[in-house]
Design a protein around this ligand. Structure first.
Ligand code: HEC
Length: 401
């Protein structure tokens, strides 16, 4: 009976369809480039996230949540810890944008910038702001008064769930996106961000687990049908909030640590810029043979630039040769003050290329060679740039921080 009780909420189904349809359309439009822009796992993660959302809010779990605090807590944990990271990992915003043709896509981005929404959004997305909103919502909605009110009034209940979902989407966006060097929060700070929020959640869980009286009036007479006293139900809820939530936070931390070490490793490698072994031995032999001559000829001549620096220098020369500066403002390039395309100042810190593709060196090299394939009809021409040239150009642009 109760276990068969699915509650199909039309407005919720409409919202989910409104999220899924443009996402699928965006995936279709990406076509052959989908692998590079999105990747299969991100798409699976997004749709699985929506599926869990349906399960959390419309399955018999939702009906049970009216009676059992523990079932309600499970629902909250799905909304706080499971669904948001799955959706965020799916890169929904960029995929939705792809659902539109390039003209409307640009108009949306331009409208967004013009409406000054960006500044508001940037403020709301500040880590401290997100952290405070999420932990405040978490504590507030588990106080006996607000909790009872939410179970009694449907609209408050929806507001509770909406605040959990919205704030934790923001939270997990800061933790997950974007990886690499363009993060809003450094890796160390991300660790503090996750651990401190996990601590608050565990604390509330522990308080519920160890409380010696039932705290919520709405569940005083509803739990017996399931063979639980109100206190047992409350303890179960406390443990659900405490233990599995910690597991999710620990899993998130391991991913962040892993990314942190990899980033550190890469930075260390860039700093020392090892010369390939074969080159070392040849250089050693040559320098042994010609050392005296060299010493006289070159004297105290400065050290050679690292291979990365040489590649970037080559990129700068290519940028001059191809005349990118006639359309773009590019720091460090003579006469590069064009206003046809966007300025490429601080390029290394930019997150997206032309608003449609994550900014990493491989994607950038592809964009420089084939802007027309990424954004058909764009004002930036295909210039017949070769692979190694595009890589050098990307290397230079990445040095602009
Ligand atoms: C004829 C003008 C023109 C030339 C030449 C040109 N571009 Fe562009 N470029 C554009 C325009 C217009 C855009 C904006 C595309 C968009 O946002 O949809 C753009 C976008 C870009 C972007 C992404 C900018 C952003 O804000 O996301 C990069 C990077 C870029 N160009 C690099 C280059 C490089 C490197 C060269 C030289 C090899 C070059 N461009 C030559 C017109 C040009």
């Amino acid at each position: 009976m109760l276990l068969m009780q699915w509650q199909w909420e039309p407005w919720l189904l409409a919202c989910i369809a409104a999220a899924a349809a443009p996402y699928a359309a965006g995936m279709l439009r990406m076509g052959a480039r989908r692998g590079q822009i999105l990747g299969r796992w991100r798409a699976i993660s997004f749709f699985a996230g929506l599926l869990v959302l349906v399960l959390a809010l419309m399955s018999p779990l939702d009906a049970m949540a009216d009676d059992l605090f523990s079932a309600h807590m499970l629902q909250h944990m799905l909304l706080l810890l499971v669904i948001p990271p799955m959706l965020v990992y799916g890169r929904p915003v960029i995929t939705w944008l792809w659902a539109f043709d390039i003209g409307p896509r640009r108009a949306i981005v331009r409208g967004w910038k013009r409406a000054k929404l960006e500044a508001v959004f940037d403020f709301l997305m500040r880590p401290l702001c997100v952290w405070t909103l999420l932990t405040a919502a978490l504590c507030y909605w588990h106080l006996p008064g607000p909790y009872d009110a939410a179970v009694r009034h449907e609209w408050l209940h929806d507001l509770e769930h909406l605040s959990f979902l919205a704030f934790s989407l923001a939270f997990w966006t800061i933790v997950i996106e974007p990886y690499g060097r363009r993060r809003a929060l450094g890796y160390g700070a991300t660790v503090v961000f996750v651990v401190s929020s996990g601590f608050v959640m565990a604390l509330v869980g522990a308080i519920l687990t160890f409380a010696t009286t039932p705290l919520y009036a709405v569940h005083l007479h509803t739990t017996q049908a399931y063979g639980l006293t109100p206190l047992q139900d409350q303890q179960l809820a406390g443990i659900i909030m405490w233990i599995p939530s910690n597991l999710v936070h620990v899993a998130a931390l391991s991913v962040v640590f892993f990314a942190w070490f990899r980033a550190d490793d890469r930075r260390a490698r860039e700093r020392t810029a090892p010369v390939p072994a074969r080159a070392i031995s040849r250089t050693a032999v040559h320098s042994l043979l010609v050392l005296p001559v060299l010493a006289v000829l070159l004297g105290g001549c400065g050290h050679r630039p690292s291979p990365e620096q040489q590649e970037a220098d080559r990129g700068a020369r290519l940028i001059e040769r191809y005349g990118c500066g006639s359309c773009h403002m590019i720091p460090g390039i003579n006469g590069a003050d064009g206003l046809v395309g966007p300025p490429l100042t601080h390029w290394g810190r930019r997150t997206y290329i032309a608003g449609v593709m994550p900014n990493d060196p491989a994607n950038l090299a592809f964009w420089v060679q084939h802007p027309q394939k990424v954004v058909p009809g764009v004002a930036m021409p295909e210039m017949g740039i070769k692979d190694h040239e595009a890589q050098a150009i990307a290397a230079y642009l990445d040095t602009l921080r």
